[in-house]
Design a protein. Sequence first.
Length: 257
Amino acid sequence: MLALGLLLLEGVHLLARNRWAQYEREMQDPINDPADADVDAEFIFSRLRYRSFRDRGFGMQRWGVDANKGERQFFIAVRRLSLINIKSIEQIVDVDSDDMYDFPFMYAVAAGHWTLSDSQAERLGKYFERGGFLVVDDLHNEGEWEDFMTGVKQAMPGKEWEELPDTDPTFSAVHSLDRSTQISGYNIVYGRAEERNGYTPYWRAVRDNKGRIVVAAWMNQDLGDAWEFADDPVYPEYLASLAFRFGVNYITYTLTH
């Protein structure tokens, strides 16, 4: 009985070890929390947990692509490339929770496959009205873009998107960056720069009535893969470095606009 009790306690310890253990089965690449996971910071990076028509039962869900190794490695780079005091673990924000109002920056992956209920779209719309910012990664081809924008227009009826010009501050907030390079996913190591027939890189956005970007999209690109595989010797270092710097610029934009 004592041995069984110790095993049960150990099991509880393992389950409780990571902040987001309850979601790890939905993540593509979960890793253990760092030693400073409980240390507070001025900036918290949040990831949106949404629903998708491609989700099937147990296992990885679309919202969990690249999670959570991708952002954990990005946080290390943020500390090296900027003065942003960023928390070492992410905050997962569910699309059905009002908790999103507590986190002015959200990141979503593969949202070209999302589906929003009326209540979820209404909550997102209020989030944007209150100054929230959503950046979306791993969108490929115009079909996915249309599905993504269907959700955006549910949340913000009548809003249209734009392609950001070279002069936009997202390209120079901290690092001066060349927007012409396609930041490819891991498929680049197999000789394919594009993914799901998305051949041309775009940097798109939706603005609020005051001209502030509230939705940003890294289109036909996969910065999350670049973050996730930055420690893989076969993934191109220059793409990982560029992806880190773009991420820093976008966070800085939200902190200064």
